[in-house]
Design a binder for this molecule. Structure first.
Ligand code: GLC
Ligand code: MG
Ligand code: CA
Length: 574
């Protein structure tokens, strides 16, 4: 085979790691994880019942999508009280019990901090409408502009900004006689980070939850914290996006003013300072922040901080979600990985996020036959791995009818157009076993329907099958703890359009080799030509569920069969 080399990348990683570095994180969507009280909605006690499971699959930290008081218009991303637990999820005591039970098994619980907006049912918003005291400027209020067609009538919105959930991002409030700004739903008014009182109030929220013993925060929608204001205090129009034909859609303008404003980074750095000071003062392992930002790679890197300020420990890296899909080949994967690793600053920790509650599942984006390949990639790259609940058992997106659709992002569309907007398909109940509702709940109806593949795709069934998705995942998380995976170098090569290979190496420890075939045919690969210093023989550590290669099988490194859509991890034999 003619082999050509695209990239060689060597990453040296330092020692003396903190608990989260090189760790495995898991996102729980609490509404869909485990229902302990039979109302068809997952809850905190349900998560506590499954702490042992999280431990068993090798998780270090689990972050929970919001469990705070909320009218649930955006399923918890519309918080009406940052200090209360939503009753359908349980009580503060339940949460304390979860944190404690998790601590006992060596697992940390992280909470979702939603700083950009509250619910319109939040007391702050009600007081802001009434211009009460310090709350007057907690939100972004504007008069709007006089309507030439309606002199003396209600003003028009201040500018052309649309919300992520469609239509103008400005909503008129009768009582205050002003518009308020909402980046997301109408019922999610944006907070005003130019108000020092608001900033102080949000810092109090952080401290309150740190005091409850959590491992840190995932921070929501960070790029939207600030909106650009010109010298006269006006929020100017954004330029039109010529590629967007829908005047009601978020795509209508190019987002130079509603996101990525320079002040954003300083706020993140100030939050990092708070959590670091907290860790220093109270002892124990460092608390961490993970930030959600769909932004350019340069902006993602800015979240890490700089020489004077530390920033996000884990600025989520969504490159694999945004730039790779079913049609990506070996070169595409290689490029995305190489570019990212080359940009992560020295001394900062890389991370890889392969899914979440806002995106289609791995099986939909990369193909069902590639689920293990993707998990193998996630677990064998250097740095932190973030798994969305269910990806370890190979859950798939579930078709949700218009009648069953509850995601506000989809409800804003129509029965004919809602599907591309809907995030419901990736939020269905977790599949524990083959009993009714997949063991998630004993309710007659669950909040979203359970996948009809649950009889085969579930934890209980997969525990019994040696090379199931779940057992592959468990093998991988164990492997990730090996010194080579933690601290070893990373060297990658593209051998053809289809074949991507890499080597993880650490002096004095085992050398691992990974072979991935993104093509449609079986290929013969010579790892020996790609990496001449490896041994002539290697042993299979783990391979995709459909692979003929079995754990322990030995191969000649100059002649390896790589089946399509299969990834295999080998250990070079001494
Ligand atoms: C983030 C969340 C998403 C939510 C939005 C508004 O992007 O991940 O689910 O709808 O923020 O809070
Ligand atoms: Mg429940
Ligand atoms: Ca904002």
């Amino acid at each position: 085979m003619k082999s050509f080399l695209l990239f060689i990348l060597i990453v040296g990683v330092g020692t003396a790691k903190e608990w989260w570095e090189g760790g495995n994180f898991y996102q729980i969507y609490p509404r869909s994880f485990m229902d302990s009280d039979g109302d068809g909605i997952g809850d905190i006690k349900g998560i506590t019942q499954k702490v042992q499971y999280l431990k068993a699959i090798g998780i270090d930290g689990a972050w929970l999508s919001p469990i705070f008081k909320s009218p649930m218009f955006d399923f918890g991303y519309d918080i009406s009280d940052y200090y209360q637990v939503q009753p359908e999820y349980g009580t503060l005591e339940d949460l304390m019990e979860l944190i404690e039970k998790a601590r006992e098994v060596g697992l940390k619980i992280l909470l979702d901090f939603v700083p950009n907006h509250t619910s319109d049912e939040h007391e702050w918003f009600k007081k802001s409408i009434k211009r009460e005291g310090i709350y007057t400027n907690f939100y972004i209020w504007e008069d709007g502009i006089p309507d030439p067609k309606n002199p003396g009538g209600r003003n028009l919105p201040p500018n052309n900004w649309n919300s992520e959930f469609r239509y103008s991002a400005w909503e008129w409030n009768e009582e205050r006689q002003q518009y308020y700004y909402h980046q997301f739903g109408v019922r999610q008014p944006d907070l005003n980070y130019r108000d020092p009182n608001l900033r102080a109030a949000m810092e109090d929220v952080l401290k309150f939850w740190l005091d409850k013993g959590i491992g840190g925060f995932r921070i929501d929608a960070v790029p939207y914290l600030y909106e650009y204001q010109d010298a006269s205090g006006k929020f100017p129009d954004e330029p039109r996006n010529p590629d967007c034909a829908d005047p009601d859609d978020f795509c209508w303008t190019v987002h130079i003013y509603v996101k990525d404003q320079p002040e954003t980074y300083d706020v993140v750095y100030s939050w990092r300072k708070i959590i670091d000071e907290y860790s220093q003062k109270h002892g124990g392992e460092p608390r961490v922040i993970m930030t959600e930002a769909y932004a350019s790679m340069d902006n993602i890197i800015r979240y890490y901080g700089n020489s004077t300020h530390k920033g996000s420990n884990i600025p989520f890296n969504f490159e694999m979600i945004q730039r790779l899909n079913k049609n990506s080949n070996a070169k595409d994967f290689s490029q995305v990985i190489a570019e990212y690793l080359s940009k992560v600053p020295k001394g900062s920790e890389p991370n890889w996020v392969l899914g979440n509650h806002d995106n289609k599942r791995v099986s939909t984006r990369f193909g069902e036959d590639r689920m293990d390949l993707i998990n193998i990639l996630l677990q064998t790259l250097p740095g932190v791995a973030v798994t969305y609940y269910g990806e370890e058992i190979g859950m798939t997106d579930v078709h949700i009818s218009w009648e069953d659709t509850v995601d506000p992002q989809a409800c804003g569309a129509s029965p004919l157009t809602y599907e591309p907007y809907s995030r419901d398909p990736a939020r269905t109940p977790f599949q524990w076993d083959d009993s009714p509702n997949a063991g998630f709940s004993n309710a007659s109806k669950t909040w979203l329907p359970v996948s009809n593949n649950y009889k085969e795709t579930n934890v209980k069934a997969e525990e019994k099958i040696p090379n199931s998705h779940l057992n592959i995942f468990k093998t991988l998380t164990k492997l990730k703890m090996e010194p080579t995976m933690q601290d070893g170098s990373f060297e990658q090569k593209v051998l053809s359009d289809d074949i991507f290979v890499y080597k993880r190496e650490l002096a004095g420890s085992d050398t691992y080799l990974v072979v991935m075939n993104f093509g449609k045919d079986v290929q013969t690969v010579s790892l020996k030509s790609a990496f001449p210093n490896i041994a002539d023989r290697a042993e299979v550590v783990v391979s995709s569920t459909q692979s003929p290669l079995q754990r322990g099988d030995q191969v000649q490194t100059d002649n390896i069969k790589a089946p399509p859509s299969v990834a295999t991890v080998f250990k070079s034999l001494k």
